[in-house]
Design a protein around this ligand. Structure first.
Ligand code: SF4
Length: 774
């Protein structure tokens, strides 16, 4: 391991640039007029604009109608990447040829570590199995001056909260739960690798100005209710799509009653309702949290900025208006349990047993898992410990397997020192590595539940899609607070309500849990833990070689894509006409393919393998001009070898689901030049343009019916539109393969001037690399 930097160092890169942000906010107010009240999220976002006037005045009715309309060009302060997504992000960054990243950045090795027997066995095995990837990430970090957190150091979002997140900061993270940093008053947004590269090379990162959904908190939590229950109940109200295109901004008197880590839990799970991010205003609990995580200087600076009151950068203006407001009274909030299979099926604890019986869900369950990036704070763990101590004193042991995942080495070492982990272990709990493990399918379950059999588990994690934890799509994952999961583990029953029901102790007496109590922060401060888990120093070293073996099947350096030809595209062939839904998972499947995330040629062998053939109803079955049958990626590869560029015809919302950039990179790598659909998912449409693939939509939706696989297509007007920065009209000239008939269909585009430049250059990266060397 390289010499590690000090995690405790009062690094200036961890201080948000407050003087600049305050000045920028003043400029925002000058542009918008002093009578325009701003929410907290608007203040922080707009204070990070690259060009305030251009972003706020273009197409927004003189700045009066920004939300949902303006294209914000933002300059984030920092980037964080997890090991799975960092591979492609770094490979793309490397192809720009810069000596170092333009903003501070960090890499966190967490996703590729299994949870099975416990940290001592699982961590060395995972390091061995993934050493090639970890070596690459560490060597790239050393070369470009990125802080590298090695396997075992912790989960990205917990490490970010403990080290980098701060009130007023704006950061991007290549993971959907990056909004966790909103618990410390940061705007933290989850993105794909290509977006992260924008920030890493100092190019403005574009975001459609989000709407602001206010969540007003009143009252105070007590008893069994925890911060997790705020977001579990909110997910039930909003559903998995209710936050799309919005930032959730918490406010109201209840905010000041919450711990900083509890607020992070709420923000973390805002991703489950599709929100762009979530944020809390500067509040009293942030100060001791920053101090205890060695950032007293940040606490002091933030407090000074916030002292200006509601007009300050770190709070919403008194008259700020939200697009919608949901009010939650914390004093009346009941614990909730959400699931199975979706995080928005939310049931209050008092109704859960009846729901289990009505729905015929299993009445027993096999495992309770607490911790993860969502819920492994000192408060979470000491409240769970209190319950374990109560049960142990009565002679009880958990009936379900009980797993504990600390979110970071800092929290693990602190809980170890304070005997919390010992309490869990003596009760039979298994402490897993400080990593994602069971939360992301890296759970080799040893309790003998056969794949494909209905069963239940309870976790304090954030997601519960089918197959997410143990690869068994029939495992019903119910989400609840760590306290509730812990108490339920002692009953092994899904119908147990610890607030009202009793258990029978070994001596025959009735045992009833008392409401849990714990501590927000450790009275003796946080331990640093194993020094080998501290990050490398953020100093670029041009002499350091980035380790990528030419024979590797997991990593491959990227070759730049060819620029757009000097004229329209001609002789394209329709590779596939897709019927129905086509998500990013359909285009680039996950599961075992995750292993090849850093190897574009290898992962391209999964391209569109989930897509349904509109002509035959078959999945992943394509036919060439002679009627010979192929898998879709095989036909694409064959055409690529023959020099044939191709296009895909698709229906609505092509590319929905996630920001997975591989779904755009892979078609481009295999020779795809155009996707023409009835409509696109917005993020994927942008990703396609970034990789130099042209997304077009049918002007008349029924024209979808006119084009079939193997038809030939020429673009008409596309080149002129690209050269003029997005002006003009485009048509497709179609030659039917079977009859030779020729006709044209009109199509629409959404190219901005910048995006035209990406496509002409061959990809956004090509353009960035050119600018970097100009
Ligand atoms: Fe994602 Fe789970 Fe890891 Fe958190 S613990 S970063 S949700 S995989």
């Amino acid at each position: 391991l390289f010499a590690r930097g000090l995690a405790t160092e009062a690094s200036s890169s961890r201080m948000p640039p407050y003087p600049k942000l305050v000045r920028n906010l003043e400029q925002v107010r000058r542009v918008l007029g002093s009578d325009r009240a701003l929410t907290l999220a608007e203040k922080i976002l707009y204070a990070h604009l690259d060009n305030v006037e251009e972003s706020l005045l273009t197409g927004t009715n003189n700045g009066r109608d920004i939300r949902g309309k303006a294209n914000l060009k933002l300059k984030p302060d920092r980037v964080a990447m997890q090991d799975a997504s960092a591979q492609m992000a770094l490979l793309q960054f490397m192809s720009c040829g810069l000596p170092s990243t333009a903003v501070p950045a960090s890499i966190h090795c967490d996703h590729m570590i299994v949870g099975e027997r416990g940290a001592d066995t699982d961590l060395p095995a995972s390091i061995k199995g993934n050493s090639e990837v970890f070596d690459f990430l560490e060597s790239a970090a050393k070369r470009y001056g990125i802080e590298f957190w090695p396997p075992g150091a912790g989960i990205i979002h917990q490490s970010v909260l403990e080290n980098y997140a701060a009130p007023g900061l704006m950061m991007l993270g290549t993971d959907s739960h990056t909004p966790n940093g909103g618990g410390l008053g940061a705007i933290a947004i989850g993105v794909g690798g290509a977006d992260a590269v924008d920030a890493l090379v100092d190019a403005p990162w574009e975001l459609k100005a989000p709407k602001i959904l206010g969540v007003r908190l009143e009252g105070k939590l007590s008893g069994w209710a925890s911060p997790k229950d705020i977001i579990l109940s909110l997910a039930g109200k909003l559903t998995v799509r209710g936050g799309t295109g919005s930032i959730l901004e918490y406010h109201g008197p209840g905010v000041e009653t919450l711990s900083c880590t509890g607020m992070a839990t709420c923000c973390n799970m805002g991703a489950e309702v599709g929100a762009t991010t979530s944020i809390f205003p500067f509040s009293p609990s942030m100060v001791p949290y920053l101090q205890s995580t060695h950032r007293g200087h940040v606490a002091e600076a933030a407090a000074k900025v916030a002292a200006a009151g509601p007009s300050s950068l770190l709070r919403a203006d008194t008259k700020a208006e939200y697009d919608q407001v949901i009010t939650i009274n914390l004093s009346e909030l009941e614990p909730h349990i959400n699931g199975p299979f979706t995080p928005d099926f939310s049931v209050p604890l008092s109704r859960f047993a009846d729901t289990v019986r009505e729905k015929k869900w299993p009445e027993t369950f096999g495992a309770g898992l607490i911790g993860s990036c969502t819920n492994s704070s000192y408060e979470d763990m000491t409240r769970a410990e209190d319950l374990v101590k109560q049960a142990t004193a009565a002679g009880l042991k958990p009936k379900a397997d009980f797993f504990i995942t600390p979110g970071s080495e800092q929290i693990r070492a602190t809980l170890d020192r304070d005997q919390t982990l010992n309490t869990f272990s003596e009760a039979g709990g298994i402490v897993l590595a400080n990593a994602c493990g069971p939360c992301i399918g890296q759970w080799n379950r040893t309790d003998g539940v056969p794949k494909g059999e209905d069963n239940a588990i309870f976790t304090s994690y954030n997601r519960n899609f089918p197959g997410r934890n143990d690869g068994n799509r029939r495992t019903m994952n119910f989400l609840a607070s760590p306290e509730l999961v812990t108490a339920l583990a002692y009953s092994g029953s899904t119908t147990f309500n610890p607030m009202t029901d009793s258990l029978t102790a070994p001596d025959g007496s009735e045992f009833k849990f008392q409401p849990p109590s714990g501590f927000d922060l450790p009275s003796a401060g946080f331990e640093e833990g194993n020094p080998n888990f501290l990050p490398t120093a953020a100093v670029p070293d041009a002499s350091s070689e980035v380790i990528v073996s030419p024979t590797s099947d997991r990593l491959a350096l990227l070759e730049p894509f060819a620029p757009f030809p000097e004229g329209d595209l001609s002789g394209l062939q329709v590779l596939y006409k897709v019927k129905g839904q086509c998500t990013t998972d359909t285009i680039s499947a996950a599961g075992p393919w995750l292993k090849y995330k850093g190897h574009l040629p290898n992962i391209s062998a999964n391209t569109l393998i989930g897509a349904v053939n509109a002509a035959t109803g078959e999945t992943n079955v394509a036919y060439d001009e002679a009627g010979k049958q192929y898998g879709i990626p095989e036909l694409a590869e064959t055409w690529k070898e023959r020099g044939i560029s191709w296009l895909v015809v698709a229906e609505d919302n092509y590319g929905e689901g996630s920001a997975r950039e591989h779904a755009a990179l892979q078609p481009r790598y295999l020779g795809g030049r155009v996707i023409v659909s009835k409509s696109f998912a917005r993020i994927h449409e942008t990703n396609l343009k970034k990789q130099g693939v042209v997304p077009l939509t049918f002007t008349n939706r029924e024209d979808y019916d006119l084009i079939d696989a193997c038809d030939k297509v020429d673009t008409v007007g596309l080149y002129d539109v690209l050269k003029s920065g997005g002006q003009g009209e485009i048509q497709l000239r179609v030659t039917k393969q079977k009859t030779g008939e020729v006709f044209t269909v009109p199509v629409q585009h959404t190219f901005s001037k910048d995006q035209c430049a990406f496509i002409l250059a061959g990809s956004a990266l090509n353009l960035l690399a050119k600018k970097a060397h100009a």
